[in-house]
Design a binder for this molecule. Structure first.
Ligand SMILES: Nc1ncnc2c1ncn2[C@@H]1O[C@H](COP(=O)(O)OP(=O)(O)O)[C@@H](O)[C@H]1O
Ligand SMILES: [Mg+2]
Length: 304
């Protein structure tokens, strides 16, 4: 028997290979993240990614799906989400149509009709069930911190068994459990029980070199100088105690905006004029102005 490679794609024999494969689908991971993803695939455990908004958590799940050639099935969490929204629903309108048609055709066996109405074909799979029924697949449980405790407990149950029980149908079990990525922006702490089930990784903002590389990948039309200077300025803004520090997407947007204006480098005037690409709160805009964008950019540009 060969070694158990879990869900690893062919040719991936260590985290370094995964760094390369992820880069091949446009995702630049550092060694820490690649190691976490490698182990999650190899040991077949959900990967729990926590970090501030915009550090690349959601994108990682997309990249894993792309490199595995598997569909990405996304469960976006929100306040008040419950099991039926995550798991399944009965397709009531279609059940009703079927019932009418059966009655018109003179069906008389009520029991038979009922079991027909509550068969798999009238069950609408929501993301969790869809992922259990799709092999292979990548299940993204996005922003779990927005859901409540009860939902977390329910999720833990599904991820422990990779099966769900529909009272009318019995237990539906995944032939091969999906690759699972759970993300949290840490607006609250997620319970230990759920984390214990997972491989955990904290994502930080990328370091300067990696972020420049991401920017250049996303905005190839921007000059290297512009990419470097804007990234340096974005890093400086992250240290400025803002309500919403810029994520990678904001750095990318900022560079894209400047490139669209024909800029090949950043100067204080341009930075002030395009701040809306990177600072999205009025308080933050005021704070940045008070800090003196000019000086901040001049320092960042000098240092990059
Ligand atoms: N490692 C990365 N490599 C390439 N692009 C990245 C990376 N991390 C983030 N991005 C870019 O930044 C954007 C924001 O990332 P996202 O995954 O949405 O952040 P999060 O889910 O952590 O809030 C993505 O759309 C993507 O373009
Ligand atoms: Mg996200």
């Amino acid at each position: 028997m060969g070694e158990d490679r879990g869900l690893l794609p062919d040719g991936v024999s260590g985290p370094a290979d995964l760094v390369d494969r992820l880069a091949g689908v446009g995702y630049l991971a550092d060694t820490g993240l690649a190691t976490a993803a490698y182990l999650a695939l190899r040991l077949h455990r959900p990967l729990f990614c926590e970090g501030e908004a915009g550090v690349g958590k959601t994108e990682l799940a997309k990249a894993l799906a792309a490199l595995l050639g598997a569909p990405l099935i996304r469960l976006q969490c929100y306040e008040g989400i419950d099991a039926s929204q995550a798991l399944y629903d009965w397709d009531f309108p279609r059940q009703l149509l079927h019932l009418r048609a059966a009655e018109a055709a003179g069906a008389t066996d009520a029991d038979a009709l009922e079991s027909e109405l509550y068969s798999r074909r009238f069950l609408l799979a929501r993301p969790l069930l869809a992922a259990l029924e799709t092999t292979p697949s990548v299940l993204l449980v996005d922003e779990v911190d927005r859901a409540d405790d009860e939902f977390e407990a329910f999720l833990l149950e599904v991820l422990s068994e990779y099966a769900v029980t529909v009272p009318e149908l019995g237990t539906l079990r995944a032939a091969v459990p999906p690759v699972v990525v759970i993300t949290s922006n840490r607006t609250r702490d997620v319970h230990d029980a759920l984390k214990r089930r997972c491989y955990y990784h904290w994502l930080d903002h990328p370091d300067f070199e990696r972020e420049v590389a991401i920017v250049r990948l996303r905005v190839p039309e921007a000059s290297a100088r512009l990419a470097g200077q804007v990234t340096a300025a974005a890093h400086a803004l992250r240290g400025a105690d803002l309500v919403k520090p810029p994520g990678i997407a904001e750095t990318v947007d900022w560079v894209r905006a400047l490139a669209a204006l024909g800029a090949v480098g950043l100067d204080p005037g341009l930075a002030a004029a395009t701040l809306g690409a990177v600072v999205k709160y009025r308080e933050d805009a005021e704070r940045v102005r008070a800090l003196d964008v000019g000086a901040l950019v001049a320092r960042a540009v000098a240092g990059s």
